[in-house]
Design a protein around this ligand. Sequence first.
Ligand code: DHK
Length: 143
Amino acid sequence: MSPILVLNGPNLNMLGIRQPEVYGSDTLDDIVALAERTAARFDREVAAFQSNSEGALIDRIHAGHGAVSGIVINPGGLTHTSVALRDALVIPEVPIVEVHISNVHAREEFRHHSYISPIATAVIAGMGIQGYAAAVEFLCTRA
Ligand code: DHK
């Protein structure tokens, strides 16, 4: 079975340092390790990728066409701005789970709208990094 692609967008490489009162003290490495541990429980693997560049994220999604069974994505700020990322995500025709560490709906108004949610199979917000584990588990049992 092909791996689950775990994508993280801009500024998520700074987890642990960035606004810990909002995003907690766990790092991106902790998230990747959690995703790998979760997938391993189902004899599955993850392919993890983070970039601060919209184009690099889109290129990674294109490269995953036919090679990944599902996508977990925290698009960071691109959630609220990127039509191009949304257009890329529909190309592989695999289930997508959109994850946000914080509860975006309890934050600023501009974070309430997501370009990604309408094309996602599921959306998780406010569970901290456990949201990634829930997303990977969901995809392992479905995809
Ligand atoms: C992460 C970001 O970088 C923000 O731009 C989003 C999201 C929220 C999160 O909660 O993981 O608005």
